[in-house]
Design a protein around this ligand. Structure first.
Ligand code: GDP
Ligand code: ZN
Length: 292
């Protein structure tokens, strides 16, 4: 029988089988010998008579923190106010997602706290960068349908700082989730008494969503500066037009990307992130680069 690991606690793996049932299983002895660790998200083959996972099917992607595999989509969540969004950080997260080769999307939450015009302005930055962008208010119960549609049939994870409303959004789309919400200090207080584990929550309409605040802090991925342009999808239609091959789109004459920024076809904020990331990546010496 085949299924997906949705939770792992104390040596047990909870596998949701394709028939909808969840079984409590153990890893087989061979895994321990070969130092193979099943991850939440793994598609596995089960031996039902032994009650164990006998094979892990090839992973499409893999994360260490949080330990999870096969995520198909990451949704960057932020609020335009309280906490105020840091667009550079949003772009760092999107770069991380692009580098992992998974689909990225954007969710602007707490729309009840800001005026429509400002939200539209920021929404436009990410839409024109090629990301599906939804606006929600978990507080007012708005945008739940758009979020459900985005999540459907994907294995999704939320990325975003603590306090932006990730848990509240999960509760909004499925009342049975009842995830703890609250301000940061309340959560830290409670966190002392409860151990958090990684868990995939099955969605009634198809797909899974990761129940974890684990994708809070994301660092700039270490890539070669010259390849950075490949991860800014909105540059794509313009790159061909640059006068010099290998144009870095910084100061070269006849740069079509910069021209597009001037014509407001590429957002200035995204371009400024590109420049900042390029300079940071350029400053990393080859021998400082971690093996991937
Ligand atoms: P998380 O840390 O990202 O999971 O954020 P939480 O879901 O715990 O929410 C943090 C705080 O923001 C809580 O006090 C929520 O009640 C509040 N909150 C979440 N969504 C909204 C929203 O859409 N509007 C407003 N005004 N507050 C919200
Ligand atoms: Zn250029």
């Amino acid at each position: 029988m085949e299924g997906i690991i949705i939770k792992g606690i104390g040596g047990f793996y909870y596998v949701r089988c394709d028939d909808g049932n969840t079984l409590e299983t153990r890893g087989c002895g061979r895994f321990r010998k070969e130092k193979i660790t099943p991850l939440v998200g793994d598609r596995v083959l089960l031996d039902e008579s032994l009650g164990s996972v006998v094979e892990i099917l090839p992973r499409t992607c893999e994360f260490i923190r949080p330990p999870v595999s096969n995520i198909t989509q990451m949704i960057v969540v932020f609020s335009t106010v309280s906490p105020k969004v840091d667009l550079r950080l949003v772009d760092t997260m999107l770069l991380y997602i692009e580098e992992k080769g998974i689909k990225g999307a954007v969710c602007i939450n707490k729309s009840d706290l800001d005026d429509h015009e400002n939200i539209e302005k920021i929404k436009n930055i990410y839409e024109s960068a090629g990301y599906e962008t939804i606006v929600t208010s978990a507080e007012k119960g708005e945008g739940g349908e758009a979020l459900s549609k985005l999540l459907k049939d994907n294995i999704s994870a939320f990325a975003g700082n603590s306090g932006v409303g990730k848990s509240s959004l999960l509760n909004l789309i499925d009342g049975s989730f009842s995830l703890e919400t609250g301000n940061v200090s309340e959560k830290i207080q409670r966190g002392k008494h409860t151990t958090r584990h990684v868990e995939l929550l099955p969605l009634s309409f198809g797909g899974y969503v990761l129940d974890t605040p684990g994708f809070g802090k994301i660092d700039l991925p270490i890539i070669e500066a010259k390849y950075l342009e490949d991860y800014f999808k909105e540059f794509e239609p313009y790159k061909e037009g640059c006068k010099f091959t290998g144009c870095s789109h910084l100061k070269e004459k006849g740069c079509a990307v910069r021209e597009a920024v001037e014509n407001k076809e590429i957002s200035l904020s995204r371009y400024e992130s590109y420049v900042e990331f390029f300079e940071k990546l350029k400053a990393i010496k080859p021998w400082e680069r971690k093996e991937k």
